[in-house]
Design a protein around this ligand. Structure first.
Ligand SMILES: *[C@@H]1O[C@H](CO)[C@@H](O)[C@H](O)[C@H]1NC(C)=O
Ligand SMILES: *[C@@H]1O[C@H](CO)[C@@H](O)[C@H](O)[C@H]1NC(C)=O
Ligand SMILES: *[C@@H]1O[C@H](CO)[C@@H](O)[C@H](O)[C@H]1NC(C)=O
Ligand SMILES: *[C@@H]1O[C@H](CO)[C@@H](O)[C@H](O)[C@H]1NC(C)=O
Ligand SMILES: *[C@@H]1O[C@H](CO)[C@@H](O)[C@H](O)[C@H]1NC(C)=O
Ligand SMILES: *[C@@H]1O[C@H](CO)[C@@H](O)[C@H](O)[C@H]1NC(C)=O
Ligand SMILES: *[C@@H]1O[C@H](CO)[C@@H](O)[C@H](O)[C@H]1NC(C)=O
Ligand SMILES: *[C@@H]1O[C@H](CO)[C@@H](O)[C@H](O)[C@H]1NC(C)=O
Length: 909
């Protein structure tokens, strides 16, 4: 029937989970590990010691294996062993061979085994042992097994179901200091039980969880040197405790721990027996103690420390602490608590008055009905009062009266963390002239601090007001009364406008070294906020909203609020939405060690913003949008760095963005860069996307130099081409003109041979339309001189010849034939049909390349060929001239014309 078993199923599953989890969680070791002469062979299911360990090991851990006996033969190779742990096995006997083999052994741990009978000779050779742990076995002692352990200092025989504390019948163990008898089942301490320790110097005795019922008189006499006795969790009852105390009288007992003993009530007589002792420390925590009779502690006049933590005390009265005149430290943490069933505990006036030596009073996590004007009266030595996480209704509204009872205390530290304070009224701390540290974190303070609250705190060095729900406002006088302040924390406490004041609240704090303004959503503050804080070393501004203040677009320019803080060592600006750091933003911070600007929106950083940070050791820029890491920005701050944290940025893995950084990372051996291998990823280009920046191939950038040269060269050529093209386009004629002149000056006018010229009377016969005669006369004929003669139809007709013959004759006498081409010429039938025809005929007949065309107008090639049977392409380029539109080009035209005239007439092949 499966159903009845179901309720156990979850338990079984959980059990399995834990059993498996134990093995799965830590990757299973398969062999021993050896380090610094220590071999760890634990948890390997071994049945013997592995033979292949280094011979010179001094320590061997064989715990949690499957040994059934001390594996003496397999230990033979390791004779240098000083420490052997065979705990958590199934060993049933210790035998002589062990220390014969390991004669140097100093500590032996056999806890959690099944050792049963231990006889006189079993550990007879272990004379060098100083520590022996036989806890959690089934020891049955026969004879004097420990007699030979002359050097033993520590012996643990706890949890062995021992029926007596007696471990021998004759004095032995002269060196024993620490004996653990906890968790055994004897209930009586007989007079001679500790006789075997008569010659020892026992100091620490642990009898935890031993439920003593009877203590015979004189039972501690043999161990009167006892310093510390631990009786935790031993269920004894008040009566037996007072007997115990009587027996401790006359010992050197110094510290007594009585925790978790269900000691619900302390009576006047409980500790009577301790009167003559020098007890300095008493721990009574976790006893569920509800009542302490007046005078219970009157016997403990030498007590220095009393711990009453975790109890349920309902009422402290004037008599509770009577007689504790040496007490320096009293812990009442969670000792006064309010539960559903009980009322709020009460502290009577003058309850602490007997504690005139008390220096530290811990009231952490307590709940008390009220603080009166005399609650703390008489604590004339009190230096520290801790009421953190407590509930005292009168602390809600701190007035002059609330802490008045501390007027006589030279209090240094007042811890009011989390005490539900809502308001601090003027003079609330005026009696605490010696206070150096005031802790007001985790409260609900909601007010404008005007400065009066801190009146009288003449020695104050630290004020902590963090985590006050952002409801504290400041004004210019907030801290005028505390100029000695060194530490001020206001994290997560200020209203949004608290710092937006013309006069800075901090201006009087010239000794301030630590200022925490983090987590306040501050968006506005003035450039002068930190003026005068010449000693400020640590400034925390993370989790605010300062982005606008550092934008170059901010009206009036960026707010350079760090300009006065030259001593700064540590600056935190994380999570501020910053997308810009102004060039002057971090100027002058040459002492800065630690800069943290993580979790912002920084992308491209301006050159030299970090240039003053030459002492920087730690730089944190993780989680920004930084793509490039250029030397112009980072060379200075990274020159001396110990730690760089810059992961989770979208790095651009190209030569110009990242080459310098990767080279720096590869070469740095003084800077630690956590997570470098897996947290620094390329975002661009695609080829490197999501790969580690350390994969970036720096060699690929080495080939850049020739490419760069080529690039420069080719772009230069292109630019030059463009410039010359433009030059030619707009000034080509001028260039050509000067070129011609130069050529002509050096090489002479003409390529025609001298003889060629002599055959002709004229240099050129000019054919033009009648209407162009005046232009020709003015522009062409005027060029004529001895060297260059033109034949014009009208002037130079041969006398006595018909016009026709005269033309033919003149053409024959001319070296060149020059057409002045206009639309008119082409339309002139006479001219075209006859003169041109003949001229060309002549040209062809003489095989002369002697035609020059001068265009006064732009005439289409087609028309040209129609009327003159000529095409531009038929002539040499230099023989085709255009009359320039621009006046300044006329000389160039003339020059060209002269050249054309001087060209040879021989046909170019
Ligand atoms: C043990 O011997 C090894 C060589 O076998 C040597 O490297 C090691 O340093 C020695 N260790 C000690 C603690 O002497
Ligand atoms: C105890 O150890 C010392 C060295 O520390 C050694 O000289 C001495 O012989 C050892 N005693 C025995 C009995 O092995
Ligand atoms: C307590 O201490 C004083 C001084 O230190 C000393 O004289 C006295 O013997 C001690 N008492 C005991 C019981 O140890
Ligand atoms: C605190 O006490 C003062 C006067 O003692 C009073 O004016 C003020 O209202 C009180 N504040 C609160 C929050 O109760
Ligand atoms: C003040 O109390 C808090 C909370 O209990 C504690 O964490 C802090 O250490 C205490 N500070 C001092 C200076 O005692
Ligand atoms: C501060 O404490 C010293 C003793 O440590 C005392 O002399 C002085 O008067 C105290 N000052 C104030 C303002 O309470
Ligand atoms: C500071 O604030 C308080 C309360 O708002 C106000 O009374 C006081 O005049 C202010 N002081 C200055 C100097 O502004
Ligand atoms: C500031 O500190 C110096 C040196 O520690 C000290 O002499 C001076 O009195 C302090 N200033 C104030 C206003 O407390």
């Amino acid at each position: 029937m499966g159903i009845p078993h179901f309720p156990f199923l979850p338990a079984v599953i959980i059990l399995c989970y834990f059993m498996l989890g134990h093995c799965v969680a830590s990757p299973k070791k398969t062999s021993c590990t050896v380090q610094d002469g220590r071999a760890d062979c634990s948890r390997l299911s071994l049945q013997a010691v592995p033979p292949d360990l280094p011979r010179n090991i001094t320590s061997l851990d064989m715990s949690h294996n499957r040994l059934v006996g001390i594996p003496t033969p397999s230990l033979t190779p390791y004779q240098g062993l000083l420490h052997l742990n065979v705990g958590f096995n199934s060993i049933t006997r210790l035998d002589q061979g062990l220390c014969q083999t390991l004669s140097l052994l100093q500590t032996l741990n056999v806890e959690h085994n099944e050792v049963h009978v231990l006889e006189t000779g079993d550990i007879i050779h272990c004379t060098n042992l100083t520590g022996l742990n036989l806890g959690s076995n089934r020891l049955k002692l026969k004879g004097e097994p420990f007699l030979v352990l002359q050097s033993l200092k520590f012996l643990d025989v706890s949890q062995n179901k021992l029926l007596a504390a007696k471990l021998g019948s004759q004095p032995q163990l002269p060196s024993l200091e620490n004996l653990n008898l906890a968790l055994n089942i004897f209930t009586t301490l007989k007079k001679d039980d500790f006789f075997f320790l008569n010659d020892s110097s026992l100091q620490f005795l642990n009898l935890s969880s031993v439920s003593l019922k009877t203590l015979e008189p004189g039972c501690f006499e043999p161990i009167s040197g006892l310093h510390t006795l631990i009786m935790d969790k031993s269920n004894m009852g008040t009566l037996v405790i007072s007997k115990l105390c009587s027996q401790l009288s006359g010992t050197a007992i110094n510290a007594l721990s009585l925790q978790k003993m269900k000691l619900v009530t302390l009576t006047k007589t409980t500790f009577t027996g301790l009167e003559k002792t020098n007890l300095t420390s008493l721990d009574l925590s976790s006893n569920g103690m509800g009542k302490i009779e007046n005078g219970s502690f009157q016997w403990l006049s030498r007590l220095l420390t009393l711990i009453l933590a975790d109890n349920n005390i309902k009422h402290l009265t004037k008599g509770t602490f009577e007689g504790l005149k040496s007490l320096k430290k009293l812990s009442l943490s969670k000792a006064l608590v309010k539960s559903h069933t009980s009322s709020t505990p009460i502290i009577d006036d003058f309850s602490f008055q007997p504690l005139s030596a008390l220096e530290s009073l811990i009231l952490q996590r307590t709940s008390v009905r009220d603080l009166t004007e005399n609650t703390f009266t008489g604590l004339t030595s009190l230096k520290e009062l801790d009421m953190s996480w407590s509930s005292y209704s009168s602390l809600k509204n701190l007035t002059k009266k609330t802490l008045a009872s501390l007027a006589g205390s030279p209090l240094r530290v007042l811890n009011l963390t989390a005490t539900a304070i809502v308001q601090i009224n003027p003079g609330a701390f005026c009696n605490l002239g010696n206070l150096t540290t005031l802790l007001l974190d985790f409260n609900f303070i909601k007010q404008t601090l005007t400065g009066k609250e801190f009146e009288g705190l003449g020695q104050i060095q630290e004020i902590h007001i963090s985590n006050n729900r952002q409801s504290v406002n400041l004004n210019s006088t907030s801290f005028v009364n505390v100029p000695s302040l060194r530490v001020l924390t206001l994290g997560k406490s200020l209203t949004v406008s608290a710092l937006d004041k013309d006069l800075s609240p901090f201006r009087s704090l010239s000794n301030l070294t630590f200022l925490d303004l983090s987590n306040n959503n501050i968006a506005n503050m003035r450039e002068n906020l930190l003026d005068g804080l010449v000693n400020l070393k640590v400034l925390k501004l993370q989790h605010n909203n300062l982005a606008r203040l550092w934008k170059s677009a901010n009206p009036g320019g960026p707010v350079l609020f760090l300009k006065g803080t030259q001593s700064l060592l540590s600056l935190q600006l994380d999570s501020n939405g910053l997308d810009e750091i102004p060039v002057e933003g971090l100027k002058g911070l040459s002492n800065l060690h630690d800069l943290s600007v993580a979790n912002n929106l920084l992308n491209s950083l301006k050159d030299s913003i970090f240039d003053d940070l030459n002492s920087l050791k730690v730089l944190r820029l993780q989680k920004n949008f930084i793509t490039t890491v250029r030397p112009e920005v980072f060379k200075t701050p990274m020159s001396n760095l110990s730690v760089l944290v810059m992961d989770k940025n979208p790095f651009d893995c190209t030569c110009e963005s990242i080459l310098w950084f990767v080279t720096w990372l590869n070469n740095t051996n003084t800077t630690s860069v956590p997570g470098l291998s897996d947290q620094y990823k390329c975002n661009t280009p695609l080829a490197y996307f999501n790969r580690s920046i350390m994969d970036f191939d720096t060699l690929s950038c080495k080939d850049m130099a020739p490419f760069q040269a080529l690039y420069i060269l080719s772009s230069t050529v292109v630019i030059m081409l463009i410039v010359s093209a433009l030059l030619v386009r707009f000034h080509g004629w001028r260039i050509q003109f000067y070129w011609n002149i130069v050529i002509n000056r050096t090489l002479g006018f003409s390529d025609a041979t001298v003889e060629e010229g002599r055959e002709f009377e004229y240099d050129a016969y000019v054919i033009h339309a009648a209407e162009d005669a005046s232009w020709v006369g003015k522009r062409i004929a005027s060029l004529g001189n001895e060297n260059c003669k033109f034949c014009l139809e009208d002037q130079d007709s041969v006398p006595g010849m018909s016009q026709l013959e005269s033309i033919l004759e003149n053409i024959r006498k001319s070296r060149k034939i020059l057409f002045v081409i206009t639309e008119r010429l082409l339309r002139d039938p006479w001219c075209t049909r006859f003169t041109a025809h003949h001229a060309l005929h002549q040209v062809i007949e003489d095989s002369r390349d002697s035609v020059i065309l001068v265009f006064l107008q732009d005439v289409h090639d087609y028309k040209l060929s129609q009327s003159l049977f000529l095409r531009r392409g038929m002539l040499r380029p230099c023989c085709i001239l255009n009359w320039p539109v621009h006046k300044e080009r006329v000389p160039a035209f003339h020059q060209k014309l002269l050249i054309a005239l001087s060209m040879t007439n021989r046909l170019q092949q």
